[in-house]
Write a protein that binds this ligand. Structure first.
Ligand SMILES: Cc1ncc(COP(=O)(O)O)c(C=O)c1O
Length: 472
């Protein structure tokens, strides 16, 4: 309320008026206020999420089941109930290359939308990869290097995660091998170059290098791939090499926890701005940027210190939270992972090759799924044309071209701001701007040329896809 009125019209040099905003456009934390702990939301939930199950025995998996894929430090973080985990100094040193990241007040977008809402965005595009992904790539590479691992394998959809891990591996002297979803490999050749500059080896997925890839290619030589297939390939390669481990860019508890550095910074920045969000929106692929921003605010809500509405936004082409089933399913297409209780469209579901490659995942973080099931977070699905319209609107007002994934959050942010315009409410909206689109420009070219397609996903298609969910 107060901040909204603290703007003044001043005489400009050419006789017109310009506006001097009393809320700064960039709310910047000094480097010595970089948070030194990650937040573990598990500690504060009214009930714990259902356990991860071994597909053979149906029993909860133990640390030894996960040891072929992950180092013990990360396995312990995965099951930790501690409220906070200290960030190692060696990780903070690398974080300081771009953190703390800026919180922006979107004065110009507000004006363009003619809304009484106050809009803020937390911008993660300042990182070396251009997104939030290095927040977890760096600690994952660090703990693997510390435990003597030689190489990390991984998948990448948007190319952002592969770039982040390639950068992180270069920091700690690890080899990095990436399976990039075929649709993204073809759409984004410069992502591959960026990964190679950081020292990684990149393969299109599905590939002939793994049994999982060969099986898919035998059925469909033109397969555009999916995150589920690329995960199968990277897991298969890591499991076969005792000196290698696997790194996942989203979905798992420890990944979401590493990302909470975003929300912890944002809380401090809102304090500096003297403001408080009423609504938080973020896009969800596997849930990590969303959880990273939202969970520290959820902690405050559970403690009665705010009453924020928290909303996940997913693509209409891959609507796991809004149209999927909350059930035990595999995290990958070939069924190599343990069973995770999550919102899923079925592990064999291959989403349309929409431009938001990072959101083309059949499942969702089990932790976020549980939180949605508890009613603490709600979800909405939006088609890609509306998202790119919001992305273009945002770029023209704020000067940053958003990655295709966060255009989903922006589309919901625009909807909310326009609802405020209708109702006259002065809500404070915080949106996760988790990356820029400098290497995703073909997606914008397609939108501007009017070539972008929103295909309706029928109930019948979804029920066929969900028939592959194992019955339990
Ligand atoms: C820029 C960007 N945003 C969002 C996502 C979705 O992942 P998550 O839901 O884990 O943030 C990705 C994944 O690749 C991404 O690259």
């Amino acid at each position: 309320m107060l901040v909204w009125f603290l703007t003044r019209a001043l005489p400009g040099p050419a006789g017109g008026n310009y506006v001097a905003y009393m809320t700064p456009t960039k709310i910047l934390l000094p480097e010595d206020e970089l948070p030194t702990r990650w937040y573990n939301v598990l500690h504060d939930l009214p009930t714990p999420p259902p356990p991860v199950l071994h597909p053979g025995t149906g029993q909860p998996v133990g640390p030894e089941d996960l040891a072929p894929l992950f180092p013990m430090d990360l396995i312990l973080q995965e099951v930790s109930q501690d409220q906070y985990v200290d960030i190692p100094g060696e990780v903070l040193d690398v974080y300081r290359l771009w953190r703390p990241s800026p919180l922006y007040r979107a004065h110009r977008l507000e004006k363009a939308l003619d809304t009484p809402a106050r809009i803020y965005y937390k911008y993660e595009g300042v990182s070396p990869a251009g997104s939030h992904k290095p927040n977890t790539a760096v600690p994952q590479a660090y703990y693997n290097a510390k435990s003597g691992v030689r190489k990390l394998t991984t998948e990448t959809g948007a190319g952002q995660w592969g770039t982040a891990l390639a950068f992180a591996c270069a920091q700690y002297g690890l080899e990095c091998e990436v399976w990039q979803v075929r649709a993204s490999y073809d759409q984004k050749p410069y992502r591959r170059t960026m990964m190679e500059v950081f020292g990684a080896t990149v393969h299109p997925s599905p590939s002939e290098l793994t049994e999982a890839g060969r099986k898919i290619l035998a059925e469909d030589p033109e397969s555009t791939g999916s995150l589920g297939i690329a995960i199968s390939e990277a897991v298969e390669m890591a499991a076969a090499d005792p000196s290698a481990r696997y790194a996942l860019g989203s979905v798992l508890n420890h990944v979401l926890m590493h990302q909470t550095v975003i929300g912890e910074e944002a809380l401090l920045q809102f304090e500096m701005a003297g403001d408080k969000p009423d609504v938080i929106v973020g896009c969800t692929g596997g849930g990590s940027n969303f959880g990273g921003l939202a969970f520290p605010f959820l902690r405050e809500k559970l403690a009665g210190r705010n009453s924020v509405d928290i909303r996940a936004v997913e693509p209409a082409a891959c609507p796991s939270l809004t149209r999927g089933k909350y059930a035990y399913d595999f995290g990958d297409t070939a069924g190599l992972t343990p069973l995770l209780k999550m919102h899923t469209l079925g592990h064999e579901f291959i989403p349309d090759p929409i431009h938001a490659g990072g959101l083309r995942y059949h499942g969702m973080s089990p932790l976020l799924s549980h939180i949605v099931a508890l009613g603490l977070v709600d979800a909405v699905a939006i088609g890609q044309n509306e998202c790119f319209a919001a992305g273009v609107r945002f770029a023209r007002a704020e000067g940053i071209i958003p990655a295709p994934e966060p255009t989903h959050a922006l589309a919901e942010c625009v909807r909310e701001a326009l609802r405020c315009k209708e109702s006259g409410e002065e809500k404070v909206i915080l949106t996760a701007l988790c990356g820029h689109a400098h290497l995703d420009l073909p997606a914008y070219a397609s939108y501007l040329a009017g070539d972008m397609v929103d295909r309706d996903l029928t109930d019948e298609e979804l029920s066929v896809a969900m028939s592959t969910i194992p019955s339990r």
